[in-house]
Ligand binder design. Structure first.
Ligand code: ADP
Ligand code: MG
Ligand code: MG
Length: 213
C-alpha cells in the first residue's frame, strides 16, 4: 500500500498480540539471562489487554492510526509495568500524536518512528549502544526516513524499518548494557540479546508484514 490506514493499525495491533504470545517464552528466556525474566510475560499481558480494550463494545471505534496507537499506549502503560511498560507506552503515545490524520504515507511512517524513538529516549535516557530497545528503534526510524526521502511507499518504509530493527536487535548481542537491569551484570551481559530490542524488532516486523498484506 502507498499509505497506511486505521485498518492497517488495527491489524498490526491484533497480529502484534499474536506474535508476542507466540514469542512469550523466548522473550522470557532472554530476560532471564540478563534481567528478571518477565519481559515476555509483561508484553503478553499488555497486548492481551489491548485486544480486550479494542473488542470492548464500550470502546469508541478508532477512526485513525493515531486513535489505535493511543489505545495501545494507554493500555500498555496501565498493564505492562516494569521498564518496558512506560517506555513502550511513551513510544506509542508520541507516535499517536504524529499520526492523527486519516492515513500515513512514507514520510508519516518516518515521522511516527522518529516520534517513538524520541519518547523512548526522553523516558529512558539511553543511547544507541547501551543495549536497549533504542538499538532497534533508532536505526528503524533512520531507515524509514531514507526510504521516504527516496520517494518510497509507506510499506517500503516499514519494511526497511523492520529490517534495520532486526539488525539493530542482533547488534545488542556483544554489548555490555549501560541502562536497565542488564547494566547490573557488567560483562556477563555479553553474548545475550537485549529482550526489549528483540521484542521491538518483532513488533516492527509485524507492522511491515501487515502492510504487505
Ligand atoms: P524490567 O527490566 O523492569 O523487568 P522488562 O523486562 O519488561 O522490564 O523490559 C526490559 C527492557 O526494557 C530491556 O530489555 C530494555 O530493552 C528496555 N529498557 C530498560 N531500561 C531502558 C532504558 N533506560 N532505555 C531504553 N530501554 C530500556
Ligand atoms: Mg524484566
Ligand atoms: Mg521486571
Amino acid at each position: 500500500a502507498d499509505v497506511l490506514d486505521v485498518a492497517w493499525a488495527t491489524e498490526w495491533v491484533r497480529r502484534s498480540a499474536a506474535v508476542v504470545g507466540e514469542h512469550r517464552m523466548e522473550l522470557i528466556d532472554l530476560d532471564r539471562a540478563i534481567g528478571d525474566g518477565d519481559h515476555g510475560e509483561n508484553l503478553d499481558r499488555g497486548f492481551k489487554a489491548v485486544l480486550v480494550k479494542l473488542d470492548n463494545p464500550d470502546t469508541p471505534e478508532p477512526e485513525s492510526v493515531g486513535d489505535v496507537l493511543k489505545l495501545v499506549a494507554t493500555t500498555l502503560m496501565s498493564t505492562v509495568g516494569g521498564a518496558a511498560g512506560p517506555l513502550y507506552g511513551t513510544a506509542y503515545l508520541r507516535a499517536a500524536k504524529v499520526a492523527d490524520g486519516a492515513t500515513v504515507d512514507a514520510a508519516g511512517v518516518a515521522a511516527l518512528l522518529d516520534a517513538a524513538v524520541g519518547g523512548i529516549v526522553a523516558r529512558g535516557k539511553a543511547e544507541v549502544g547501551d543495549k536497549t530497545m533504542v538499538d532497534a528503534w533508532t536505526p528503524a526510524a533512520a531507515a524509514a526516513l531514507e526510504v521516504a526521502d527516496g520517494g518510497g511507499t509507506a510499506t517500503q518504509a516499514l519494511r526497511a524499518a523492520a529490517t534495520a530493527a532486526r539488525t539493530g536487535a542482533e547488534s545488542t548481542d556483544p554489548l555490555v548494557a549501560r541502562k536497565g537491569r542488564a547494566s547490573y551484570l557488567g560483562e556477563r551481559a555479553i553474548g545475550h540479546r537485549d529482550p526489549g530490542a528483540e521484542s521491538s524488532a518483532l513488533l516492527l516486523a509485524v507492522a511491515a508484514d501487515v502492510a504487505e498484506g
